[in-house]
Design a protein around this ligand. Structure first.
Ligand SMILES: NC(=O)c1ccc[n+]([C@@H]2O[C@H](COP(=O)([O-])OP(=O)(O)OC[C@H]3O[C@@H](n4cnc5c(N)ncnc54)[C@H](O)[C@@H]3O)[C@@H](O)[C@H]2O)c1
Ligand SMILES: [Fe+2]
Length: 441
C-alpha cells in the first residue's frame, strides 16, 4: 500500500469512529445511533458562523449590546491578571456608563479544571444573572460557558454534560443565557466555538463539554486588548492559531465523511474541510506568515498584533466548521499530564503546558505523516507560510512543510519536543493511551 493510501485510510478510519474528542471533534448533539442511518458519503456542507464584531476599541460598545439584549444583571467573568488590565476596565466602564448592573468574578484558573469550573458555577448560581460577559483568553471564555451552563441547570450533576466516556455526555437541551465573549489572547478562537475545555484531574486528561447553546452569541474582537500580551503567551497562543489553520486545511474533505446524517439538523459542526473553511484557513496562514514573528517580539507593533487577533478568530471559524486532527489529539494527554513545566508570562500557581505549546510540539512529525494523503495541500500550506515551492516535488511535501514549521518554532523559541516539557520515554505508553480515545481527530 503506498503511503498516500495508508495515511488516507487511517484518517478515514479515525473519522468514522464515534466522537470522543473533548474540544475539537464534531459535536454530537444527538445520540450517535440516530446519525447512523446511511453509509453513503456526505454530499453537503453547512457553515455555522458566529457573530463577531472586529475593531480597535469595539469593547466600549458592550454596554449598549447588553441593553440591546435587554439584560438587567450580568456576570462579568475574568482572571485575576486581566482584572487589573485595560480590557476589564473598558468593559466595566461601558457597563457603568449605560447603567447596567453587574458583578465581577475574577477567580478563573488558567487552564481550568473541574473544580475551577464548579467554583465559577457556584458564583453564578443564586445571583439571578440574566447574561454573562467573558473578558480574557480561552481559559476565561470556557469558564464563562461552564458557569452559564451550570447556573441554567442548577440541579445537574457536573458530569452530566461532560463528554463521554469521562462524563455522561447529556445533550444541553435548552438555550442558555446570552454570553458575550471579549477575547484578550490571539489564540483559542473560543469566542466562536461551542465547546468548553478543562482538565479532568481524576484522570489527568483534558476533556470538555459541547453543545450548540454554549457558543457565545457575540464575540467582540478588540485588537487593543492584545497589546499587553506577554511574549510567551503571544507565541504559544499564536501556535494554537497556526495549528487550527494547518489542521483544518489538511483534514479530510467533508465528502469523505461517512455516514451522512439522515436529518440535516444532525450534520456535525466539524464536517471536514470544505471550500469555505479553506478560505478562513488560508487567510490565517498567510497572516501568520506576515505578522506572527513581528507580533511576538514587538508588542508595540500594532499592525502585527491587530492582524494576529483577527487571524485567531478567522482560524476559529475555519476549524469550527472543518475540524482539526492529530496535533490536537496528541495535545490532550500532553497537556493533561503536565508535570513541572512553568512557562513565563502565565498567571498560575500550578504547572501547565499551555494549549498552543502542547499542540505545536508534535506538528513537524504530524505533517510529515499526513502529507501523503494530500501533498498538494501540504505544499500550499508551506507556500502560504513563506516557503518557495516552485520546483518542489509532491513526494517532498511533508518534509518541506515540517521544515517550515520547525523554522517558525525555532524563530519563536519554542521548546524542542516533549522531552523539553518534562516527559521521558517511560511516559510514552500513557501518552499513547490518552491519545487513542480522541478517535474523531
Ligand atoms: N473552547 C475552545 O474551543 C478552545 C479552543 C482552543 C483552546 N481552548 C482552551 O483555551 C485555553 C487557553 O487559552 P489561551 O491560550 O487563550 O490563554 P489563557 O486564557 O489560558 O491565558 C493565558 C495567560 O495569558 C494571560 N493573558 C490573557 N490575555 C492577556 C492580555 N491581553 N494581557 C496580558 N496577559 C494576558 C492570562 O492572564 C493567562 O495568564 C486552554 O484551556 C485551552 O484548552 C479552548
Ligand atoms: Fe486549539
Amino acid at each position: 500500500m503506498n503511503l498516500r493510501t495508508k495515511a488516507l485510510n487511517l484518517l478515514l478510519e479515525l473519522s468514522a469512529g464515534p466522537c470522543k474528542c473533548p474540544a475539537h471533534s464534531s459535536a454530537n448533539f444527538f445520540p450517535v445511533s440516530s446519525q447512523l442511518s446511511s453509509n453513503e458519503k456526505e454530499y453537503a456542507f453547512e457553515i455555522i458562523s458566529p457573530t463577531v464584531r472586529f475593531g480597535p476599541g469595539v469593547t466600549k460598545e458592550v454596554g449598549l449590546d447588553v441593553l440591546n439584549l435587554n439584560l438587567k444583571n450580568v456576570c462579568v467573568i475574568t482572571d485575576s491578571n486581566i482584572s487589573k488590565l485595560a480590557p476589564l476596565k473598558v468593559t466595566l466602564d461601558s457597563l457603568a456608563k449605560h447603567q447596567v448592573k453587574f458583578e465581577v468574578y475574577d477567580q478563573v484558573r488558567i487552564e481550568p479544571n473541574e473544580e475551577s469550573f464548579k467554583q465559577a458555577a457556584r458564583f453564578a448560581i443564586g445571583s439571578n444573572f440574566d447574561g454573562f460577559i467573558a473578558v480574557g483568553g480561552g481559559s476565561v471564555i470556557d469558564t464563562a460557558k461552564a458557569a452559564n451552563l451550570y447556573s441554567s441547570y442548577p440541579h445537574a450533576d457536573f458530569l452530566d454534560f461532560v463528554n463521554s466516556p469521562l462524563g455522561k455526555g447529556k445533550t444541553i437541551d435548552k438555550p442558555l443565557k446570552p454570553l458575550i465573549a471579549i477575547p484578550t489572547t490571539s489564540g483559542s478562537g473560543s469566542e466562536t466555538t461551542a465547546a468548553a475545555i478543562f482538565d479532568y484531574t481524576p484522570k489527568k486528561a483534558k476533556t470538555g463539554i459541547q453543545g450548540r447553546y454554549l457558543r457565545p452569541i457575540l464575540g467582540l474582537i478588540d485588537p487593543e486588548h492584545v497589546l499587553s500580551l506577554p511574549e510567551r503567551v503571544s507565541a504559544y497562543s499564536g501556535f494554537d492559531v497556526f495549528c487550527h489553520a494547518l489542521e483544518s486545511f489538511t483534514t479530510l474533505p467533508y465528502t469523505e465523511r461517512t455516514p451522512r446524517p439522515s436529518n440535516p439538523s444532525q450534520r456535525p459542526t466539524y464536517q471536514g474541510r470544505n471550500p469555505v473553511s479553506d478560505v478562513w484557513a488560508q487567510f490565517a496562514l498567510s497572516t501568520l506568515n506576515k505578522y506572527f514573528e513581528r507580533s511576538v517580539f514587538h508588542s508595540d507593533d500594532k499592525k502585527a498584533r491587530y492582524n494576529m487577533h483577527l487571524a485567531a478568530s478567522m482560524a476559529g471559524v475555519g476549524f469550527g466548521n472543518a475540524g482539526v486532527h492529530l496535533c490536537h489529539a496528541l495535545a490532550y494527554p500532553i497537556a493533561g499530564m503536565a508535570k513541572n513545566f512553568n512557562p513565563e508570562g502565565y498567571n498560575k500557581d500550578h504547572p501547565i503546558i499551555p494549549h498552543g505549546l502542547s499542540v505545536v510540539v508534535t506538528a513537524p512529525t504530524v505533517f510529515e505523516f499526513t502529507s501523503p494523503a494530500c501533498p498538494e495541500r501540504h505544499l500550499r500550506a508551506a507556500e502560504l507560510l513563506g516557503a518557495n515551492v516552485l520546483n518542489a516535488k509532491k513526494d517532498d511535501a511533508g518534509l518541506i512543510l515540517s521544515d517550515v514549521i520547525r523554522t517558525y518554532m525555532q524563530k519563536l523559541k519554542i521548546e524542542n519536543g516533549i522531552g523539553a516539557l518534562g516527559y521521558t520515554e517511560d511516559d510514552v505508553p500513557r501518552l499513547v493511551e490518552g491519545t487513542l480515545p480522541q478517535v474523531s481527530l
